[in-house]
Design a protein around this ligand. Structure first.
Ligand SMILES: Nc1ncnc2c1ncn2[C@@H]1O[C@H](COP(=O)(O)OP(=O)(O)OP(=O)(O)O)[C@@H](O)[C@H]1O
Ligand SMILES: [Mg+2]
Length: 679
């Protein structure tokens, strides 16, 4: 392939019609036509942001009997940028509802939105996504918006420095009448075209200067002097998307927010109050029409905070030497919990608190969501050349979640069991109501504990620390997690440290249980045997549910259903006596439905039953494979063959590779050799 060929292949794929659309330019009259046809081009920044999120779609799910709306923007769209947000459905609902009420003008558009949470709880990620989302939306037909430029000398055009909405060019006294025409037929609609705010000092100057030329007829003036163009929001180009990060506290200057005098141009225009000698390029200026993010907003100097409060409350900013200037932008700040706490008793904070909408962004407390956070970065696509042994990420995530949970008041419930309940597992004696109750009694759960960033760092460490190994396994990661604790900046008291260490032991033991279980199932995964056991179980269940007798396969005699056999299988998956009837009926219903379709039941289609059968079979045949013979080095040929079968099942069914399967078999064998079979 040559360079020329590469370019040629792509030249046929470049979408020129998109390019032309995005670079659309026209007259003020053309723009009025667009407004008539697509009134949504004149939306406020909050409306556009809210519509953008809804544009990507929603789905409804139920969790603990509560309806949850899930915005695909934070999952599907976000994952295109490798940034999906998991497990924060309630937080995101609260955030989007705030946007919604701001879009409707109910008052939240006059507040600073403050994302608040422990370090590493995805506050920055959420802000980054909203910015990316707006950029993307502004390039789509659904999200288009426009601004204008002034005719200069020759072929030059001067853009409005704050890329304002072109309708702002309509003088105040004409707006009502024009809007009436524009909104004709839309009187009953919730959203009508509005014109908010006045021109910035620069455009105001241009306007007045040119108006003379047309003898005061602004309609002629805009038709001749104005070019309207499609505005594409872009953080890179500093259009409609701003970010402000306080540097050190001594060194803050309000020009960073509201723009600065251009000294070079003062000479040209003769005065420092000529708006042409001013750069309207502070962060609040350039973010007009879009969104501005304030990183660590509480580190801002007090003087700045007043700028910020004015900007949100009045939608106005005050550039040095100029009158107040209207802005239309979403203002989103974030701060972490320690910083917020530090300022909690500060007098000034009270003023701030009153003018902010605080949204708590906690850590995730559901294990499966926490696992997905790490799978974003640590998956086979991104980690090349290393095998991540099964459960490695799960175990690290489990520990992280455990550190965040408050100990249940329930006497019979361990922290690990609480984690499992939160993760959707059913435990004997606990109902959905108990789970709701548990969550209620620990309302601020997730505001403390280990951050995902710590886990991400330690998994990375484990990946590079063992450069001679082709695998990383839970032990390596647990080791890193433990070693890092000593230097963890945020853990200051011994008690917490001790608690976190104990939890490492809890997950270690849980890991033992998980792999023991897995190896046992792999040993028992003899399909013929399982099918036979399953058939036997189903015969008994059928007889039980229909109150009939079972025909004994050997003697042909009719007997009562074998309760012991059924229970010994069901107990393997924690089905309590009180729920056995439900479980049995469910299975029979399923089999009934299959047979209506002329299909036969296969135990492999029911994951829980399969697990129960495998564990039962393992129990029945415990002595057929001497696991602890593995730890000795001499293995006879027959045993070796059995071991190889088990290994291949581990690889095929559980995601191991050769090496990690060998490791895990050795590990489980050593547990058995220790005789340490905990229940
Ligand atoms: N709920 C979550 N879903 C997806 N990823 C998450 C979640 N929580 C944390 N992360 C991940 O954790 C890492 C840290 O997140 P981020 O930098 O957004 O946190 P932050 O709240 O801004 O932290 P800080 O307060 O330290 O600035 C990122 O890689 C982020 O993707
Ligand atoms: Mg951050």
């Amino acid at each position: 392939m040559t360079g020329k060929e590469i370019l040629e292949t792509f030249s046929t794929q470049v979408n020129l019609s998109d390019y032309r659309k995005i670079h659309w330019e026209g007259s003020f009259v053309d723009y009025l036509d667009i407004v008539l046809k697509h009134p949504e081009v004149t939306r406020t920044a909050y409306q556009r942001l809210y519509d953008m999120i809804i544009f990507h779609g929603v789905e409804e799910v139920y969790e603990n009997r509560e309806k949850i709306i899930r915005y695909k923007f934070f999952t599907d769209f976000a994952s295109k940028y490798g940034d999906a947000i998991y497990g924060l459905d309630r937080t995101l609902m609260q955030l989007v509802n705030t946007f919604k009420s701001a879009a409707k003008g109910y008052g939240t558009e006059r507040r600073v939105l403050l994302l608040h949470g422990p370090v590493g709880s995805s506050k920055s990620t959420i802000a980054r996504l909203l910015k990316r989302g707006l950029e993307d939306y502004s390039r789509r037909d659904e999200g288009m918006l426009f601004s204008f430029a002034w005719r200069g000398e020759g072929d030059t055009w001067h853009k409005d420095p704050m890329h304002a909405e072109p309708l702002q060019l309509i003088p105040l006294e004409y707006r009502a009448a024009i809007l009436q025409k524009i909104n004709e037929g839309r009187e009953n609609q919730e959203r009508q075209v509005q014109i908010k705010g006045e021109l910035c000092p620069y455009s105001r100057y241009m306007f007045n200067e040119r108006l003379q030329k047309y003898g005061g007829d602004w309609t002629k003036m805009v038709q001749n002097e104005i070019k309207v163009y499609r505005l594409i929001l872009s953080e890179q180009d500093r259009i409609g998307i701003g970010t402000f990060q306080p540097k050190d506290e001594k060194n803050q200057d309000s020009t960073e927010l509201t723009g600065d005098i251009n000294y070079r141009k003062i000479a040209e225009y003769g005065s420092d109050s000529d708006p042409r000698a001013f750069n309207f390029d502070g962060e609040l200026n350039i973010a007009n029409r879009g969104i501005v993010e304030f990183i660590e907003v509480l580190k801002l100097d007090v003087a700045f905070l007043y700028d910020l409060l004015g900007a949100s409350q009045e939608h106005k900013i005050k550039p040095k030497k100029f009158a107040q200037t209207d802005i239309d932008e979403v203002i989103l700040g974030h701060t972490n919990e320690p910083e917020y706490k530090r300022l909690q008793n500060n007098e000034f904070m009270e003023a701030l608190r009153d003018r902010t909408v605080k949204i708590d962004v906690p850590y995730v407390t559901r294990l499966s969501d926490e696992v997905r956070i790490y799978e974003k970065d640590f998956n086979p696509e991104r980690v090349k050349g290393k095998h991540i042994a099964p459960h490695t990420i799960e175990i690290a995530a489990m520990w992280a979640v455990l550190t965040r949970l408050t100990p249940p008041k329930h006497a019979n419930l361990t922290l690990l069991q609480k984690l499992k309940l939160y993760n959707g597992k059913t435990l004997p004696g606990f109902t959905e109501d108990n789970v709701i109750e548990l969550k209620r009694e620990s309302a601020d759960e997730g505001m403390r504990g280990i951050s995902p960033r710590y886990i991400q760092d330690k998994i990375s460490n484990a990946l590079v620390a063992h450069s001679d190994e082709n695998n990383i396994n839970p032990f390596m990661v647990l080791h890193e997690l433990e070693a890092g604790l000593r230097h963890h900046a945020l853990i200051t008291d011994q008690e917490t440290l001790q608690h976190y260490r104990e939890l490492l032991q809890v997950v270690r033991e849980e890991y033992e249980d998980i792999v023991k279980n897995e190896v046992q199932r792999a040993i028992a995964a003899d399909e013929e045997e399982l099918a036979r056991l399953c058939g036997n179980y189903i015969d008994n269940v059928r007889a039980y549910t229909q109150r009939e007798k079972v025909r004994n396969r050997y003697t042909g005699a009719y007997e009562e259903p074998d309760e012991r056999l059924m229970r010994s299988i069901e107990e393997k998956i924690d089905i309590p006596e009180s729920r056995k009837d439900d479980f049995r009926r469910e299975i029979m219903n399923y089999i009934g439905a299959l047979s209506l379709d002329g299909k036969k039941f296969d135990y492999k289609t029911n994951e829980r039953l399969q697990k129960a059968l495998e564990l039962k079979l393992f129990e029945d045949r415990k002595d057929t494979i001497k696991l602890n013979s593995l730890v000795t080095n001499v293995v006879d040929k027959a045993t070796q063959e059995k071991i190889d079968v088990v290994k291949s099942r581990l690889i095929r069914n559980y995601g191991y590779n050769e090496e990690s399967a060998t490791d895990v078999l050795n590990f489980v064998a050593s547990i058995f050799a220790r005789g340490q079979t905990r229940k």
